[in-house]
Design a protein around this ligand. Structure first.
Ligand SMILES: *[C@@H]1O[C@H](CO)[C@@H](O)[C@H](O)[C@H]1NC(C)=O
Ligand SMILES: *[C@@H]1O[C@H](CO)[C@@H](O)[C@H](O)[C@H]1NC(C)=O
Ligand SMILES: *[C@@H]1O[C@H](CO)[C@@H](O)[C@H](O)[C@H]1NC(C)=O
Ligand SMILES: *[C@@H]1O[C@H](CO)[C@@H](O)[C@H](O)[C@H]1NC(C)=O
Length: 301
């Protein structure tokens, strides 16, 4: 009898201990969850992920080759403690600076220095929870909605909104660079046509060249990333990529561009932009007509 009571007590104690452990784990997990917001602005990002390793000795700057085409884009990201620091450096020491190879004056990305000051550069850090394409695309859709409706400023003039951008850092080990390109190419038209947003990709195997220098590849970062931002007038050149999109998709993107232009929602637009957009539209209209003719010919034969 006594034996049974002691055993029962033991079981109770065991259950109590287990419950306590589960409870403590839950508290720690939720503390970590709530203390790290999903989106960080660049100052929070620096404070949380970059300050500890600010010591340059511990962080040797290894330059990336930006002058040769990359033949193998099927590479994967190798996770490192420096992932965040290196992105911060890329923004501060490359994008915000002048660079002779971009072949024009001013910072590599003219919007970044202002965005930096206004704290409107945001980060979302994706880790191994995004393991396949479907899951990855869901995450991007969520980021897009939050970019539009949650990240500040939301209700502002276009001259404020253009300085907002969201960088999705891709630290997942199972998303190769060519899959990032594939996803970017697939999603970009919807971003543009539905929301007037641009969607760009950066990674170490990027073969996108500078606008004014075709032998310079400035979109190469150690940690792969995707960027969401509002479209500006100078983005016209990214809307007519013949090797990537069908005539129909390009027509829709140009039409969206013209809509934004006429609604006064295209930042820094000039008459030249309108002219160029109409030239592209005319060319695309011509291609549509041309592509219809051979099909009728085939049917007639
Ligand atoms: C992708 O991952 C999710 C969650 O990890 C899983 O439910 C889903 O079945 C996976 N999809 C494919 C195509 O592997
Ligand atoms: C933005 O402004 C519109 C109209 O002025 C208002 O209906 C909406 O609630 C505002 N949204 C936010 C997030 O402030
Ligand atoms: C720089 O731009 C000029 C004018 O657009 C062009 O003629 C020249 O070839 C460019 N240089 C390089 C290195 O691409
Ligand atoms: C292109 O074609 C459409 C209809 O076919 C027409 O409405 C539009 O004016 C044309 N645009 C140009 C620039 O030719």
């Amino acid at each position: 009898m006594e034996q049974i009571i002691i055993e029962l007590l033991d079981v109770k104690v065991l259950i109590l201990i287990l419950t306590t452990i589960v409870f403590i784990v839950f508290i720690i997990k939720s503390y970590r969850y709530y203390s790290y917001p999903s989106y960080l602005n660049i100052h929070q990002f620096h404070r949380l992920y970059c300050q500890r390793i600010d010591d340059k000795e511990k962080c040797p700057f290894i330059p990336i080759d930006m002058f040769h085409r990359c033949e193998n884009t099927h590479q994967y990201h190798t996770k490192s403690d420096l992932d965040c620091v290196l992105i911060y450096e890329y923004i501060q020491d490359f994008l915000c600076q002048n660079n002779e190879y971009i072949n024009r004056s001013g910072p590599v990305c003219p919007f970044v220095p202002v965005a930096f000051k206004q704290k409107t550069i945001y980060f979302f850090i994706s880790n191994d929870e995004y393991t396949n394409k479907t899951r990855f695309i869901q995450m991007i859709e969520q980021c897009k909605n939050d970019f539009l409706c949650k990240l500040q400023p939301v209700n502002a003039t276009k001259s404020k909104l253009v300085y907002k951008c969201l960088l999705i850092l891709i630290r997942s080990l199972n998303i190769p660079h060519n899959l990032i390109d594939e996803i970017q190419t697939e999603l970009k038209p919807t971003f543009i046509i539905q929301h007037g947003l641009m969607f760009g990709e950066f990674h170490q195997s990027s073969n996108s060249n500078a606008i004014r220098n075709e032998n310079f590849y400035p979109f190469r970062t150690r940690t792969p990333l995707l960027v969401i931002r509002y479209m500006v007038a100078n983005d016209l050149i990214f809307l007519n990529q013949k090797h990537k999109y069908s005539v129909d998709v390009r027509l829709q993107m140009i039409n969206k561009y013209l809509n934004l232009y006429h609604s006064g929602l295209l930042y820094r637009s000039k008459v030249e932009h309108l002219q160029s957009a109409h030239d592209i539209l005319a060319e695309l209209n011509f291609s549509v007509k041309e592509s219809i003719v051979p099909i009728t010919d085939i049917h007639l034969n």
